[in-house]
Write a protein that binds this ligand. Structure first.
Ligand SMILES: Cc1cc2nc3c(=O)[nH]c(=O)nc-3n(C[C@H](O)[C@H](O)[C@H](O)COP(=O)(O)OP(=O)(O)OC[C@H]3O[C@@H](n4cnc5c(N)ncnc54)[C@H](O)[C@@H]3O)c2cc1C
Ligand SMILES: NC(=O)c1ccc[n+]([C@@H]2O[C@H](COP(=O)([O-])OP(=O)(O)OC[C@H]3O[C@@H](n4cnc5c(N)ncnc54)[C@H](O)[C@@H]3O)[C@@H](O)[C@H]2O)c1
Length: 484
């Protein structure tokens, strides 16, 4: 399809993309679709960390953990598992996780996904160069065999998209050895379930892995430097999760900073800042990420970084240099795969003159893949309480939902936030199994500025978990009245 046939330029626009994660992949694909000559430089594999070490492996592991939970909770619904023992007596079987097989599956899945994405790019006409890239001014990328390797190519471009992502932050006092002290990229070499996993950091990454390994059957201790797990998330949601964690046998140490983690004879010892120690078999460090922006010529090209090394970008992902864009985790925008993709597309549309709608942070939907999941979009209850948004909040526990009762769902809720006066939906939180799927109608309502009355007129199937969304919106009909 000759999409750019109406272009007034005689010379084809050249776009060079540095980094092939979701941000770089989407940018390359969109640029090829718009008729540009596109080169993508990637040092590890198409799909990036998102596909190879972060999103795809972690969500595949979580799918296995969910299956284990479904089996262990099936008896609540009357499903009994037993094997016949001696004299026909029933024996209660135990769930066993073959972690080597689980990890093999998810590494293969990630590899296949990377390969599929690579094929899609090649079919779209993108030239892929395997190597380490760095900027040489604002119009060229030098490609080498590695960080301090030999230069073997130089790509000139009218537009450069920097999409180099981020890497796990490491602590000097808790050096990962890949065996006992691990970053999340090293988890998938484990051949057996850790006996006792100490997770340092209770942000999204820490919470997801703590939840998954607990549900796979490992003993888990979560070291959280903050008062609650998931600081920054909806407090009610974090509260539900902490309750579920404790019910599942997890030890949650709040307001506890890990000062150091050391490998011992048969495991690890974490020392907290108050002097307490925690012994475990393995330790996962989930203490955040650092952007891969050092030593790749950004500052020399005039690209401004912030104090944490993230590239400063505006809402169309443009940097301080007009023809250099940056997308994804290397920017100061919002570190999500979905956001990286959207930024990649937006950057290319802006550079090549297609219709651009600048990104709005407040419209971003995110989901935490714990059990239950926590999905959020738009303004939060805290925004309302702090006076940032003039809204009303209504929370409906899932316990009131007939489908939830049938499915044996014990925890969760739907929370809607609507603007006072107009009743426009401006935010929402769902805590439920597969909340990631349920949040979409609220995200549409926020994006399209629907009112609670408009949402309540949509037919939800009966019985369904999504009917809690219509029920909540119906309860907010009199949005001007005080709803507590
Ligand atoms: C454990 C975990 C789970 C997550 N789960 C989710 C989730 O469920 N949903 C979600 O939306 N987000 C999730 N995220 C966040 C998501 O992984 C990131 O937001 C996403 O990877 C960002 O994409 P990106 O394109 O910016 O960078 P990346 O995916 O990091 O890709 C960057 C690429 O650039 C390459 N690169 C870097 N420097 C160079 C160089 N100099 N030359 C050549 N190539 C280079 C790297 O090799 C890499 O392939 C998760 C993060 C973690 C840590
Ligand atoms: N499901 C998803 O979409 C998903 C999953 C994982 C990550 N992510 C993205 O990645 C971003 C980063 O999340 P993250 O959890 O990796 O990092 P984070 O920076 O949000 O959390 C790290 C946590 O570790 C704590 N910490 C740091 N040092 C510590 C110490 N010594 N002892 C105890 N705690 C310590 C910090 O206080 C912080 O709460 C998220 O905001 C999200 O956008 C998304």
């Amino acid at each position: 399809m000759e999409i750019m046939s109406s272009t007034p330029f005689e010379r084809t626009q050249r776009v060079a993309v540095l980094g092939g994660g979701p941000g770089g992949y989407e940018a390359a694909l969109a640029a090829a679709q718009l008729g540009a000559e596109v080169t993508l430089v990637e040092r590890v594999g198409v799909g990036g960390s998102a596909v190879l070490t972060d999103v795809v492996p972690s969500k595949s592991l979580i799918a296995t953990a969910d299956a284990a939970v479904a089996i262990s909770e099936a008896s609540d619904l009357g499903v009994q598992f037993y094997a016949k023992g001696e004299h026909g007596k029933p024996l209660k079987p135990e769930i066993a996780i073959n972690l080597a097989a689980v990890n093999k599956r998810l590494i293969a899945l990630a590899g296949q996904q990377s390969e599929d994405m690579r094929t899609t790019l090649l079919e779209a006409g993108v030239r892929i160069l395997s190597g380490h890239g760095r900027l040489e001014g604002p119009n060229a990328i030098i490609v080498s065999t590695g960080q301090d390797g030999t230069d073997f190519d130089r790509v000139e471009a009218d537009t450069i998209i920097v999409a180099v992502g981020a890497s796990p932050r490491e602590l000097d006092s808790a050096k990962p050895d890949g065996k006992r002290i691990l970053t999340w990229t090293q988890l998938y070499d484990m051949k057996a379930l850790p006996e006792h996993l100490i997770v340092v950091g209770s942000g999204v990454t820490g919470a997801e892995f703590a939840s998954a390994y607990m549900n796979l059957g490992a003993k888990v201790t979560l070291i959280s430097s903050r008062e609650q797990v998931l600081p920054g998330e909806d407090q009610d949601a974090a509260h539900v999760l902490e309750k579920v964690f404790k019910r599942g046998g997890m030890t949650v140490l709040s307001k506890s900073r890990a000062e150091k983690v050391e490998v011992t004879k048969d495991g690890v010892t974490a020392t907290l800042s108050d002097g307490r120690t925690v012994d475990g078999s393995h330790c996962l460090l989930a203490v955040g990420s650092i952007p891969n922006t050092a030593g790749i010529g950004l500052e020399d090209a005039g690209v401004e970084l912030d104090e944490t090394g993230h590239v400063r970008v505006n809402r169309v992902a443009r940097t301080s240099v007009p023809n250099v864009y940056a997308v994804g985790d290397c920017t100061n925008f919002f570190p999500l795969a979905s956001v990286a993709s959207m930024q990649g597309r937006t950057a290319v549309f802006h550079a090549l003159g297609d219709i651009v709608i600048p990104l709005e942070l407040i419209k971003i939907t995110s989901n935490i893949f714990t059990a239950p999941e926590i999905a959020t979009v738009g303004y939060s209850q805290k925004d309302v309480e702090d006076g940032v948004a003039d809204g009303l909040v209504y929370k409906l526990p899932l316990a009131a939902n007939p489908r939830a009762k049938m499915m044996g769902i014990k925890d969760g809720f739907v929370k809607l936030i609507a603007r006072k006066g107009s009743g426009t939906v401006i935010g929402g939180v769902i805590v439920a199994p597969k909340a990631s799927e349920l949040i979409y109608p609220i995200a549409v309502a926020v994006e399209r500025r629907l009112t609670v009355d408009q949402v309540s007129r949509v037919f939800a199937a009966y019985p369904s978990l999504s009917s809690s969304i219509t029920d909540a919106s119906r309860a907010m009909h009199l949005v001007n009245a005080k709803i507590s």
